[in-house]
Ligand binder design. Structure first.
Ligand code: GLN
Length: 543
């Protein structure tokens, strides 16, 4: 029978509830339990796909092509599971569904209300995931802060769900902040007490408190929290600021977080196997070298916009005992090769990540040219691959003013274009999103990087892999032959041979680009082969 853990936040937003939920997932998985994480976001947007990365950070894509909140990335990376649309819900999605039902007449003329119709829909989505996956534990995180008006239907749904599930089948973990006042030299518990009071006023008594804090919580403060918030002393869990998010599961384990939750859910504890995770943290803490990686993207003011790219780079660093230092490059500052040299002369690797729109494209082309001409290890992702094609077309295949029709509709050589069946669909429909199979060409860097273990199948024709896409434009097949004749190798193609999914330059140490987003499938203990290839190549040059 599935047991439920609800995770809410209080006092302030940005507490790191996502990391705490993901960490609990890891700790339960380390005990051999199956886990499904879910996130409910109170905003009205239907999904984060249309939200500005400046405001909301990256949009994480699942195998089934759902555009989700970046916390799903943490869940996947920490629990090493692949999630689906079952794990990502917003008020927009829930209301839309209920309103669609109302329009169809499903409510038989009844008045449709937040309680019970919206709350029932929330509960139905929790139960749907249980039915689909039958996990031992379902960890359900509610976005936002308790007390927010827009979060109320979720809190009410949790109250009902807990009552219906019965004692010992669902617990509520409340995450709060203990601010430190330097003038009095104290950690203050009052905001946490107030936040628990707010939760209680909605009918939920949290069973566990996870307290974010800069410093160790003194015993007497823990006791005070326990007393005022009506939780057992051992259920006041300290969660200190850590250098790396990957330390959090171990820190929480040392506070017996999972054991406390299991006890409250009346499940016998098991000995966790955290050996691999401890090894990773060991390597994070003791790097032997530093690799400087330039990321030339458009949302460089908010690194969360490329969260999974940064994490994937770090994972490849762990494997190499290397610390990854990111240098954010504004490609508008790269109008020519001279400026590229100034900005990039001491970087060890270059990434051009995904993106949309024409802004700073010429600068990105210059950065890619610099990588190619100076043999700096390079990884191009989605837009980064499209730019690599344009750059090669212009400067090597000598297709003057080659471009993507995303940037210039009347390009003389539209080397990146919408494929014909997409042109007829409406704008919003045309994205290729979610997992697709890609066939790797034998004896390429791509094929070697993926090796046997990362491939779906390995046949005489070459290995097949599955990767997640999120884009509209493709390499224009009309130009593939010309580009190949000029030396570009398309090392991965769609199974029907129609879509170019990967490219590389064999004579360079690592010049690889892909139409898909490899960053979504990297794990701290299983770095993605393409990021590993990039950082391996960078490390080899350091020596
Ligand atoms: N803008 C490009 C496209 O739509 C690339 C998208 C991306 O980088 N994910 O095809």
């Amino acid at each position: 029978m599935t047991k439920y853990v609800f995770i809410t936040g209080g006092v302030v937003s940005s507490l790191g509830k996502g990391i705490i939920s993901a960490s609990l997932g890891r700790l339960l998985r380390a005990r051999g339990f199956s886990v499904v994480n879910q996130k409910f976001d109170p905003y009205i947007n239907v999904d984060p796909g249309m939200m500005s990365p400046f405001q909301h950070g990256e949009t994480f894509i699942t195998d089934d092509g759902t555009e989700t909140d970046l916390d799903l990335g943490h869940y996947e990376r920490f629990t090493d599971t692949s999630l689906s649309g079952h794990s990502s819900h917003t008020s927009g999605k829930i209301y839309q569904h209920v309103i669609d039902k109302e329009r169809r007449g499903d409510y038989l003329g009844g008045t449709v209300q937040v309680i019970p119709h919206i709350t029932n829909e929330i509960k139905a989505r929790i139960v749907a995931a249980t039915k689909q996956f039958c996990p031992d534990f379902q960890l359900i995180e509610i976005g936002g802060t308790v007390g927010d008006i827009e979060g109320l239907p979720y809190i009410e749904a949790i109250r009902q769900f807990k009552t219906e599930a019965g004692i010992g089948n669902a617990v509520s973990v409340h995450c709060t902040l203990l601010p430190y006042l330097p003038t009095s030299g104290e950690l203050k518990t009052k905001p946490s007490q107030h936040s628990v009071n707010v939760l209680r006023s909605y009918g939920i008594q949290p069973e566990v408190l996870v307290c974010r804090t800069q410093r160790a919580i003194p015993k007497n403060e823990k006791e005070k929290l326990a007393l005022f918030c009506s939780v057992p002393k051992e259920a006041v869990i300290e969660c200190r600021d850590m250098k790396s998010i990957y330390e959090v599961p171990l820190a929480l384990e040392s506070q017996n977080f999972a054991a406390v939750v299991l006890d409250m859910l009346r499940v016998e504890d098991r000995k966790p196997d955290l050996k691999v995770w401890e090894g990773i943290v060991e390597r994070i803490k003791n790097p032997k070298k530093t690799v400087n990686v330039a990321i030339a993207g458009e949302y460089i003011k908010l690194s969360d916009a490329y969260l999974s790219v940064v994490e994937a780079l770090k994972h490849a660093g762990f494997e190499n005992e290397a610390q990854i230092d990111i240098r954010w490059i504004n490609s508008s500052g790269c109008p020519d090769q001279k400026s590229c040299k100034e900005q990039l002369k001491d970087v060890d690797a270059i990434v051009v990540p995904g993106g949309f729109g024409v802004r700073d494209i010429e600068g990105k082309l210059n950065v890619i040219r610099y990588a190619r001409e100076n043999n700096v290890p390079f990884l191009g992702i989605s837009l980064g691959m499209q730019c690599a094609v344009v750059e090669y077309a212009r400067n090597v295949a000598l297709l003057k003013d080659a471009n993507s029709t995303e940037f210039n509709q009347s390009a003389a050589y539209p080397v990146i274009d919408l494929m014909s069946e997409q042109k007829v669909k409406s704008y919003g429909d045309t994205m290729r999103r979610g997992a697709y199979t890609c066939c790797l060409k034998k004896d390429t860097k791509a094929a070697k990087a993926y090796g046997g273990e990362n491939a779906l199948t390995a046949s005489a024709a070459g290995a097949e892999i599955s990767e997640r896409h999120s884009h509209r434009y493709e390499v224009n097949t009309e130009f593939i032959k010309q580009l190949e004749d000029a030396g570009l190798v398309f090392s991965g193609m769609s199974p029907d041979g129609m879509l170019a999914e990967m490219l590389e330059l064999p004579e360079l140490d690592w010049f690889v680009a892909c139409q898909f987003h490899p960053e979504f499938k990297s794990r701290p203990d299983k770095p993605h082969p393409l990021f590993k290839g990039l950082i391996d190549a960078a490390c080899a040059k350091l020596r």
